[in-house]
Design a protein. Structure first.
Length: 248
């Protein structure tokens, strides 16, 4: 497995999303609440809210949960005030890691994230230490069972920036603001993606194996398991053979 979709593929293999469905819902509710607080409760005029609701629907979140989160954001229901941002750090082997957080207590979150880094062979860095290595993009991944030419033609016609054959997957890259439109057009063309999201794409990759590969996967898992962490992005690459060995 190559590139930035690796962690998504690993989580899919592990079934981690199903096992942690409650945590996934908690993170999505935070995102919807903040999006509604910043841009209002109407998806027609709030692209961030539309994207958050779309992710919630992909996770099969009940409509009532979504509606309550919007109302907490707009102030129609009492809710917690969250702060959002990024922590930057390094994992085993010098892997660049970006941690997107939403928290009601920054002091607690910083302490927790620093502890997770140090326990799993990494360290928390300063703002700007690794962010220049990442670019925000829409990413739509397909299995190689699909017709590459069909994906290529539909994606470019819809306004995608690039379509790549990564060997084990086909990947469509878009500007963040064009992501929903491109994804919808691909769906209308009968193309079914495996993973679709707006994410941070690393510009360089660090190859890991052995103990460092094991530590990196544990670091990613523990960071994502933290309630205040929304997403984790990293520029590691681990071979299929290593993944199979680690996961037994």
């Amino acid at each position: 497995m190559a590139g930035h979709s690796k962690w998504a593929n690993i989580k899919h293999r592990k079934g981690a999303q199903d096992a942690k469905r409650g945590k996934v819902f908690t993170k999505l509710i935070k995102e919807i609440t903040i999006a509604a607080r910043i841009g209002g409760g109407e998806i027609e005029t709030n692209p961030r809210l539309r994207l958050a609701i779309d992710k919630a629907k992909q996770a099969n979140m009940p409509k009532d949960n979504i509606d309550r989160a919007i109302k907490k954001g707009t102030g129609d229901l009492d809710g917690v005030t969250y702060e959002e941002g990024f922590f930057e750090g390094y994992g085993p082997g010098g892997v660049a890691v970006m941690v997107e957080f939403m928290t009601d207590n920054r002091t607690r979150t910083v302490a927790d994230v620093r502890h997770i880094f140090s326990k799993h062979g990494g360290n928390l860095g300063v703002n700007g230490s690794v962010s220049f290595l990442f670019e925000r993009k829409g990413l739509i991944s397909f299995s190689t069972d699909n017709d590459f030419e069909a994906i290529f033609e539909a994606a470019l016609e819809a306004g995608a920036e690039d379509v790549k054959d990564e060997g084990d997957s086909y990947e469509v890259l878009t500007a963040p603001e064009n992501y929903m439109e491109v994804r919808d057009v691909l769906g209308e063309n009968g193309l079914k993606w495996e993973n679709a999201e707006v994410t941070m794409i690393p510009q360089t990759m660090v190859q890991l194996d052995g103990k460092q590969a094991e530590q990196m996967l544990k670091l990613m898992d523990k960071l994502e398991d933290n309630d205040d962490v929304q997403n984790v992005y990293a520029n590691f690459d681990i071979s299929d053979e290593e993944i199979a060995r680690i996961m037994g």
